[in-house]
Design a protein around this ligand. Structure first.
Ligand code: GLN
Length: 280
């Protein structure tokens, strides 16, 4: 069998199992197994070994059961860095990269005079937010919390592979650290989906941990707690950057807080996505 034939057979298989973007999925799976870029499949139509065929079909079969691609390949690229991912931890999303972009911008504009920047990442999941920021800003030190033991384990591993282990401390706890500590920036992509929407989510999103998704009746439970308590954990001239859900922008603007809401950045789809607060 030749490479192209193998690709096409996978596309048909995924199509028959109702997977969206079957070609893209089959290309990514095959290029992952070959350890070659996607275009290689189209430029080098070589015969394939039985080992490759078996490995490809194994992943296809799982993908056909609607297990997210990232859980099968066990890796995600976020802000140009690689993160290990497996079932039990939230899959980093591209829109969250805007949060990193904003944090880097704030650092460059307001915090470069400091020799040590302290950040807090709430609900770190795979560690993608804190770790990316540590890689971007060499003077940055982080504390990252998550309620899930599984997430902490994975985030720890990602800190090691991204070589920032010495600049980050993980705490398995709910939302804020138990002891009050001051930070220059607090970052979070909290669970913000209203409970009633959980059952109607795409079946693939439904495979992600519920604690990383559900934000109570109106989706704002955790967001409110973060906004209420952030002040205590921020230095003056500190910032809170938080991802929010579709249509939550208007609720955020109405919330009373001792922090000033500076802006809500829109994502690529034009949805208000990243709320930025400032402590005077
Ligand atoms: N901080 C992680 C991310 O943005 C996990 C977020 C979460 O679990 N809600 O990907």
């Amino acid at each position: 069998m030749f490479l192209r034939e193998l690709l096409e057979s996978g596309i048909i298989f995924l199509e028959n199992h109702g997977i969206k973007e079957p070609r893209r999925n089959a290309e990514i799976i095959l290029s992952h197994i070959l350890n070659k870029p996607c275009y290689y499949i189209y430029t080098e139509n070589l015969p394939v070994s039985p080992t490759i065929i078996t490995a490809y079909n194994k992943i296809l079969k799982e993908r056909g059961k609607h297990i997210p691609l990232q859980y099968l390949l066990k890796t995600v690229n976020f802000y140009g860095y690689n993160f290990f991912i497996e079932e039990g931890v939230f899959i980093p999303r591209p829109e969250t990269e805007i949060l990193i972009e904003k944090a880097v911008e704030i650092y460059k504009r307001c915090l470069t005079s400091l020799s040590r920047i302290k950040i807090l990442d709430i609900g770190t999941g795979s560690g993608n937010i804190a770790i990316s920021l540590l890689r971007e800003i060499k003077t940055c030190y982080a504390i990252a919390t998550d309620i899930s033991e599984n997430a902490i384990k994975i985030a720890n591993y990602n800190a090691k592979t991204n070589r920032v282990k010495s600049r980050i401390k993980f705490l398995q706890t709910d939302i804020f650290p138990p002891r009050i500590n001051k930070f220059h920036m607090i970052l979070s992509n909290p669970p913000y989906i209203p409970n009633f929407e959980i059952s109607s989510l795409d079946r693939e999103v439904g495979r992600e941990p519920i604690t990383a998704l559900a934000g109570g009746d109106d989706g704002l439970n955790i967001i409110k707690k973060i906004i209420e308590r952030a002040d205590m954990f921020l230095y003056s001239n500190g910032f809170l950057l938080m991802e929010i859900g579709d249509k939550q922008g208007k609720d955020i603007k109405k919330m009373r807080s001792s922090l000033d809401l500076l802006t809500i950045e829109k994502d690529f789809a034009g949805i208000e996505r990243i709320a930025v607060f400032h402590k005077k």
